[in-house]
Ligand binder design. Structure first.
Ligand SMILES: C[S@@+](CC[C@H](N)C(=O)[O-])C[C@H]1O[C@@H](n2cnc3c(N)ncnc32)[C@H](O)[C@@H]1O
Length: 281
């Protein structure tokens, strides 16, 4: 039973974190002429109306993209991200928010490809409509984990698997661990980006230790905590594990993470993390 709908959370601080990083990964793929393929396993609806009933329920975007919308002094990565959001809002009023599929699509070149899987029937229908007639994008009503074997490795042999689960299920970290092994076995050179929430920090730390034990090289973990990790309520932060990150992404993050923290933190609290779980070869 799927009850999670991303429309309630679109444009919140966690979306900013994951989407700014996603754009950095795509920019790195664009540095070479050879075509690439992106598989977005948990695609969501593709774009979101921030004036919808779902979005205004908790107004999560107000403390996310809302905080950046009119900021005069954004660094290059946040500025590039905001430019992509502005492209969906040509009159200057923040209303439409791009999900990961829209952001990825914006950075595809004519020979690059995007494969999307989404399990929720409602969001799948919206996604299908969003990309109707777009020959660069394939949309599947399918389980993203179960689809890995069908779609990997892609013919291009360059690209990214982006996994952004809803974390509705108790075994989501186990599923992610299994997914990393499947992807690595089929496509050791592919880039992976795996998003996770931080509520209680212990499960994500256990998962990171388990990832280390796989001994797959070049795993970078980065986190943004907008509240102390031991805060009592809510989503305190989120993180991303990136396997085979682009060259110098860690250097970019050293500059970007403090800026994200400063712009998105709750009061004066919060923290960031950047660590190699396994070294690059
Ligand atoms: C966090 S949202 C994705 C947001 C999207 N990646 C973005 O950045 O705009 C997670 C999505 O995964 C979908 N989902 C849950 N389990 C899934 C599965 N096993 N395979 C594919 N999609 C799934 C949910 O319906 C939800 O739309």
């Amino acid at each position: 039973m799927l009850s999670y709908r991303h429309a309630f959370h679109a444009g919140n601080f966690a979306d900013i974190f994951k989407h700014v990083l996603l754009l950095q990964l795509l920019q790195a793929l664009r540095r070479k002429d050879k075509p690439f393929c992106v598989l977005d396993t948990h695609a969501g609806a593709g774009r979101y109306d921030l004036h919808s009933t779902a979005a205004i329920k908790n107004r999560e975007s107000a403390d996310g993209i809302g905080r950046l919308w009119n900021q005069p002094d954004l660094g290059p990565e946040l500025n590039e991200y905001r430019t992509q959001v502005r492209a969906l809002n040509p009159d200057g009023e923040l209303r439409n928010y791009p999900g990961s599929p829209r952001l990825i699509r914006a950075l595809l070149r004519p020979n690059d490809r995007l494969i999307l899987t989404e399990l929720h029937p409602g969001d799948y229908r919206l996604l299908k409509t969003e990309f109707a007639g777009d020959r660069s994008v394939a949309v599947h009503h399918a389980d993203g984990y179960a689809s890995l074997k069908a779609f990997l490795p892609p013919a291009e042999r360059r690209g990214l698997v982006f996994i952004d689960p809803a974390f509705e299920l108790r075994d989501e970290f186990d599923r992610l661990l299994e997914a990393v092994q499947v992807i690595h076995r089929r496509w050791a050179g592919g880039m992976m980006a795996l998003w996770y929430p931080i509520l209680d920090r212990a499960p994500s730390l256990r998962w990171q230790r388990a990832l280390q034990e796989l001994a797959i090289p070049a795993m970078l973990v980065t986190e943004l905590g907008i509240q102390p990790y031991d805060a009592l309520f809510g989503l305190h932060g989120c993180g991303m594990v990136i396997v085979n990150p682009p060259w110098q992404l860690d250097e970019i993050l050293k500059r970007l993470l403090p800026e994200l923290l400063q712009k998105l933190r709750v009061g004066e609290s919060g923290q960031t993390c950047l660590e190699w779980l396994t070294p690059a070869p």
